[in-house]
Design a protein around this ligand. Structure first.
Ligand SMILES: Nc1ncnc2c1ncn2[C@@H]1O[C@H](COP(=O)(O)OP(=O)(O)OP(=O)(O)O)[C@@H](O)[C@H]1O
Length: 594
């Protein structure tokens, strides 16, 4: 049986019934859609609350939604099937439907049980039924109000649960800045009890932001960095301040925020590619490389600083990433910065970040530096030998104090980072020449790890060649199976000054050039072929002579046009800008015209 909504407003229905009874000497009975009595003024004499009645008339009113006058109860058409037909105790009645949301949900009736009541009923029936109709409307509106209130309450509870369950901290403030509501996430970030927070004005905890201005202008802020100040402790957050406007009036402000550290973690997890640089991907079977791998694995789990030494392209960054992957910081950020690749005037802000408005042209909201972004994880300072002296002092301070200060900020942030560094320069010599600070050198040189050049890794060239052939075949989809014996012999006798990077680029080039299943000598870059074939001759040449010779050979092969230069640059494994620099340096244009 469908639950009757009338029982939910039974108290109000009773009051209405009693009010009618107090002015009319007639019984008032209210039924629900199941003909169960909801309220009755006769004290249970004629109808019992909670009990159903036979009620043929009631059934008719619910069915049709129309009121019924009945001056001859028991003789009405609809009473024919009633067992009290012709013998009804009621003398007269009028019944009105009770409506809710377009449905008939019950009936209210006025009933005469004596002849005197019937006489009065007959005499005043129009006034009475008009009155009863209004009372029916009143009950219907009570039902509506009750259900509306129920819906609002439900919605309010839902919103409360939603706000409380959100991961973002939420603070709602009234038009005077007093905190009206906060959610659990806000409590957690503020590390304060709810009751304590609810006594505060928002300016007590967010002194940096002009909330009063938001309240007067209705202009908020979105995704800005600000701090929450609790018991003199500052918590950096990123959030928004949203004016709450209702009926063109500002009624308060909602502030949402997230701990800056959590936002950084999230940004890291979204922006960083899945790094699979474990020791397993460092290819090589030579004793030289296996030994370094063993040592690196052994020291990976400690928090000590490691400096990777070795020529360019030997895999120093690959080692640094593998150390991070094998360390206890594996689930924390790994941030690399190439100190030689970033212009000197930008290096400082890249390393340490800057605060809002630190300098013109800077991002309005400020920016964290690599140290801050690597917090909890590892920072890799690549090409540390190229770090300008004035920044070496700053780096040393960060490493010693374990605190970082953004440019333009007067507060600093605690950081916990493991430092890995790399260089292809002779730092000891640089210290002697006063080009590198001695104190920073000792700070970094805790565990020096020398990565051998490829020419010292006996047997690794062939292994690496096949590794990279598979790699590029997978990427390009080209049907290449390997090298002809001549091509492989040429590659194995080459001395790889650019180490694995050069070898990798060479294989990529050769795969692109290959016209059959096998890479031939002709598919190899000129520099590899020349250097190998003329190795005896080359030994007498200086490195600069070699470079010049290779560039001229390559330009002759590809032509001295713009397109030819592009091809030559690719062939030589350098970019076009470097090629132009070298053409000028060696005065190649002049020499080629001679
Ligand atoms: N043993 C190896 N196995 C597979 N790939 C390698 C190996 N060593 C290096 N590589 C690849 O060679 C390229 C150069 O390596 P990496 O950048 O680590 O060298 P590096 O010594 O840091 O160079 P630089 O000093 O110029 O920064 C990368 O693409 C790297 O993946």
């Amino acid at each position: 049986m469908e639950k009757s909504i009338l029982f939910e407003v039974q108290e109000e229905v009773n009051l209405v019934a009693e009010a009618i009874k107090s002015v009319l000497d007639l019984e008032v009975i209210v039924y629900d859609q199941n003909k169960v009595v909801v309220a009755a003024t006769g004290g249970g004499h004629h109808a019992v609350v909670g009990e159903p009645v036979r009620g043929h008339i009631i059934k008719e009113v619910i069915k049709t939604g129309k009121h019924v006058y009945n001056f001859e109860p028991g003789f009405h058409d609809v009473c024919k099937s009633c067992i009290l037909h012709g013998n009804c105790p009621e003398k007269a009645d009028v019944s009105f439907p009770l409506k809710h949301e377009g449905k008939n949900v019950g009936v209210i009736s006025l009933t005469a049980f004596s002849e005197e009541q019937k006489a009065e009923f007959k005499e005043r029936h129009l006034v009475l039924s008009n009155y009863l109709g209004k009372m029916a409307d009143l009950i219907s509106s009570k039902i509506n109000a009750k259900t509306l209130l129920g819906k609002y309450l439900h919605m309010f509870q839902m919103l409360q649960v939603a706000i409380q369950s959100m991961y973002e901290g939420i603070i709602a403030v009234d038009q005077n800045g007093y905190i009206l509501e906060i959610n659990r996430a806000a409590e957690k970030t503020l590390k304060m009890k709810r009751n304590e927070i609810l006594t505060l004005n928002v300016s007590d905890i967010i002194p940096d932001l002009p909330i009063t201005k938001v309240l007067s202008t209705a202009k908020g802020y979105s995704d800005i960095e600000f701090s929450l100040q609790i018991h003199k402790k500052k918590i950096q957050v990123i959030g928004s301040v949203i004016p709450l406007v209702h009926d063109d009036r500002i009624i308060g402000v909602a502030i949402s925020f997230k701990d800056l550290k959590d936002v950084q973690k999230l940004a890291y997890s979204i922006t960083s590619e899945v790094d699979d640089s474990t020791f397993d991907i460092i290819v090589g079977k030579s004793k030289a490389i296996l030994q370094v791998k063993d040592i690196a694995k052994q020291i990976a789990t400690s928090d000590s600083t490691i400096i990777f030494l070795g020529e360019s392209g030997t895999g120093k960054e690959l080692f640094a990433r593998a150390v991070h992957q094998e360390s206890l910081r594996v689930n924390k950020p790994f941030r690399a910065i190439n100190c030689a690749a970033i212009p000197e005037h930008l290096l400082e802000s890249e390393l340490f970040g800057y605060s809002e408005g630190a300098f013109t042209g800077a991002r309005k909201k400020g920016k964290p530096g690599k140290f801050e972004m690597a917090n909890g994880g590892t920072i890799f300072l690549d090409e540390i030998g190229d770090m300008p002296l004035h920044l070496q002092v700053k780096i040393l301070r960060v490493l010693e104090d374990r605190r970082v200060e953004r440019i333009g900020s007067n507060s600093s942030l605690d950081i916990d980072v493991r430092v890995l560094a790399a260089t292809n320069k002779n730092l000891e010599q640089m210290v002697k020449d006063r080009e590198f600070r001695e104190d920073l050198f000792y700070r970094l040189n805790v565990i020096p790890l020398h990565i051998p050049p490829l020419r010292e890794r006996v047997g690794d060239v062939a292994v690496l060649l096949h590794h990279f052939v598979n790699h590029y075949v997978n990427i390009t989809g080209k049907q290449v199976r390997g090298f002809t014996p001549e091509a492989e012999a040429c590659l194995c006798s080459y001395n790889w000054p650019g180490n694995i990077r050069e070898l990798q680029n060479t294989v990529e080039y050769a795969i692109n050039m290959a016209k059959s299943f096998w890479i031939t000598l002709e598919n190899l870059p000129t520099r590899v072929r020349i250097k190998t074939n003329q190795s005896v001759l080359d030994q007498a040449l200086t490195l600069a002579d070699m470079e010049e010779k290779m560039i001229i050979e390559s330009l002759k092969k590809h032509g001295d046009t713009l397109n030819g230069k592009k091809k030559a640059a690719m062939d030589l494994g350098i970019n076009v800008a470097t090629l132009y620099r070298k053409i000028n340096k060696f005065e190649i244009n002049r020499k080629m015209q001679m």
